[in-house]
Every structure is written in C-alpha cells, then in structure tokens.
Write a protein that binds this ligand. Sequence first.
Ligand code: AMP
Length: 281
Amino acid sequence: MPLQFTTLTDLRAEITQRKQQGQRIALVPTMGALHEGHMSLVRQAQKLADCVVVSIFVNPTQFGKNEDFNTYPRQLEQDIALLSAQKVDVAYLPDSSQIYPDSFATHISVSPTLTSVLCGAHRPGHFDGVCIVVAKLLLQSLADIALFGEKDFQQLQIIRRMVEDLNIPTQIIGAPTARAQDGLALSSRNQYLSPAEREIAPALYRILVHTAQVLHHIPENYNQQLTNAKNELIQAGFTSVDYLEWIDTDSLQPASHTTRSRRLLVAAYLGKTRLIDNIEA
Ligand code: AMP
C-alpha cells in the first residue's frame, strides 16, 4: 500500500524526511479514475526518481459551469489498489481545503496566445484552473520532476511555460499517449461512452493518423485537408467537432509546411462525451 496523506502538513513531513536522505521526488498529478495511461506515467517516474508521489484531486476550478465536475468518476478504492500493485510510495489525496482554503485569493493566468486557443477557446478559464492547481501541487510536493501526458498536449505546453516563467524548480517531463489496442487514447472519460459510442471512438485516432500522412505529402493544401478530416469525423459518427488544428508545437499557433515541429490536435463530441487526441504531424 502507498502511504496516504490528506493534508499538506503530513505530505511535507514525509517529503522533507526523504529529501534529507537524498531521495529524488517525482510527482504524477491526476484526477483519479486511474487507468493504464496514468500508470505509464508512474512507471516512467519510477525509473527517474527514488520516491513517486501520485496526487488525486478532482480540481473544481478547471471545470466550466456546465461541465462534468459532479459526475466525474471517483473510485478511490480501486485507484489505491492500482497504486499499491504498482508499488507507488505516496498517494496524496488532499481535500479542497488543502488546495483552496477559505482565504485563497491568487490567480495564475498564462498568456491567451497559449490558453485561449484550441481547448481554451471552448473551455474558458480551464487552463487558469489547471495552472493554479499544478503550481500548488508542484510546490506542495517539492517535486524534483513531474510527469504529464502528451495526451493533454496543450496542457503540457502551458505547464512548461508556467514552470519556466515562475522559476518553479521542478523538471517537467512529457510522456507519450497510452492507447487501447484499437488506438483510442485512454482517458477516465472513456467510461462515459456507451458500447455503440465506444465502437465509433477509435475513428478519432484513425482519422488523425490518416490526416497526418496526407499533410506530410501535400502540406500546401492543409486547410482543405483539415476540412475533409472534420467531415470524416462526422461521417464516422461523431456528434460535433470543437476543433481540428495543425499547429506549431511551441507557439500552439497554426502551422504551415515551413513550421519545424508540428502537431495535429483534435477535440470532438461523441454524444455528450468530449474526446481529445493529438499526434505529431
Ligand atoms: P487526468 O487524471 O486526466 O487529469 O490525467 C492526469 C495525467 O495523466 C495528465 O498528465 C494526463 O495527460 C495523463 N494522461 C491521461 N491519459 C493519458 C494517456 N492515455 N496516456 C498518457 N498520459 C495520460
């Protein structure tokens, strides 16, 4: 079983002691409902550090008013069993008072060029919520390194920017997206999918891969290719497409065939479930 702490005081006491012994601390922040994607981050963390802390906190400030905060899956017992099987050292399970005490009055806002595009355009305020909780968890855990999934690519790039800008002394490491055999990116929200929707869902990755290949061969005509891909998603059974964009990985601004490092990012609804994915392109 991992050591389980629900207060910052208890977490800090443990971490301080381990640091005095020269241990290197890795943090894997999560919202729980753990799956193989989270566990792949944990395994990478175990290779890079002496002590792995997994935090589980469903962060209210990153959910919009009409989003799924209340229904987000919470399955702590199962999560602890998974962490236990993977021999995780510490589970940090703060309640809201440890993150947002009554007197809390601080805001972190990364430039809109990074936070108001892509998911940010459809989820106003979302990345402000992500930034404040991640900054707090990094500082609370005194982590030497922290791991984040490329699955949430925009989030990863915004966190890199924030950590560098605020000189937070934690190294941020991005980890590849873990997928089901049919290509669907693993996500806690996949639980929302009906069996029929789950059959349609892998089209998201399939269409991304196909579009990336087309863009590789005919990059000049990219607007048309992106429109075609959005139509393919609807034809495959997706309800609507929030965005499908070909972007520069650092600036998150639209790419062209001269951009050095590019990625395709997508967010689309399948019924009421919003799925996101991205690949190098
Ligand atoms: P979440 O619990 O969804 O907030 O995710 C916690 C961390 O796990 C984030 O850094 C995510 O990017 C990462 N993550 C979620 N799904 C996957 C996946 N399929 N592969 C790799 N990392 C993931």
